[in-house]
Write a protein that binds this ligand. Structure first.
Ligand SMILES: [Zn+2]
Length: 244
């Protein structure tokens, strides 16, 4: 059996708030330095299923702090990345169910600059809706509006997508797969050649806030830890209000 040892990292906001979606800029720089020192290949998301022993780097929501804190570090190491944006909220504040205090989101002028700096812009719907709650026509509308707006405003093709909240049922997955080549979820797992491009697993950096744990990941020694966290998440999902 081929081992699935490539992975996709998920970041959201780089800030000091200590929230569940935040990594500090200092820790991010340290993590990228560890990734660089490990010798592991960092590839665009579009190549991750075809590249063994690789990492891809993704950022959900498109916060301005990506531009301020992540981009300079990614530039220093020459790492490609993907940012998933919410088209109707570009240049405004995050304001969706569960977003916490609003954070500023990149505007179109900033997003246009990303393509020339190894960052591809992916879709994350028009409004950050939980797509499972919408009728099929409305799901298609959320995806098409977002994709068209990014393509018109940046002049580049959009081939990648991330489900808001990682929320996708069979119908949502089908509608997304008709429109995008690679769709990212939040299932905690590695990515092998057999991964489903309609629902790629990713590793949320919430689970790698300790530098030693991140070091084991980039060195290829985190299979057991990821399997354990995945199992705990599945149990937790069955128990309301459980905290572990
Ligand atoms: Zn999101």
């Amino acid at each position: 059996m081929a081992s699935a040892d490539s992975f996709i990292l998920t970041y959201h906001s780089l800030d000091e708030s200590g929230s569940v979606i935040s990594v500090t800029p200092q820790l991010f720089r340290r993590q990228m330095a560890m990734l660089n020192a490990s010798g592991r290949k960092v590839v665009p998301l579009e190549l991750i299923t075809a590249t063994p022993n690789a990492a891809a780097i993704t950022f959900d929501d498109g916060y301005v702090n990506f531009f301020d804190h992540a981009l300079p570090v990614l530039d220093d190491f020459g790492f490609p990345s993907t940012v998933f944006v919410v088209s109707r909220l570009c240049g405004r504040q995050s304001a969706w169910a569960g977003s916490g205090p609003g954070r500023p989101l990149m505007d179109w002028g900033q997003l246009r600059q990303l393509w020339s700096r190894r960052v591809s812009v992916g879709a994350h719907t028009a409004t950050h809706a939980d797509l499972r709650n919408l009728a099929p026509g409305a799901v298609a509308g959320e995806l098409d509006e977002c994709r068209c707006e990014i393509e018109q405003r940046t002049g580049r093709k959009v081939r990648t997508f991330a489900y808001p909240y990682g929320a996708a049922d069979a119908q949502v997955r089908r509608i997304a797969a008709e429109r995008f080549d690679w769709c990212c979820g939040v299932e905690l797992d590695f990515v092998g050649p057999a991964a489903d491009p309609a629902l790629l697993p990713r590793l949320d950096m919430f689970y790698f806030d300790s530098p030693s744990r991140f070091a084991r990941l980039v060195e290829g020694n985190a299979q057991q830890y990821v399997a354990l966290r995945r199992a705990l998440r599945r149990i937790r999902a069955m128990i309301p209000f459980a905290r572990f």
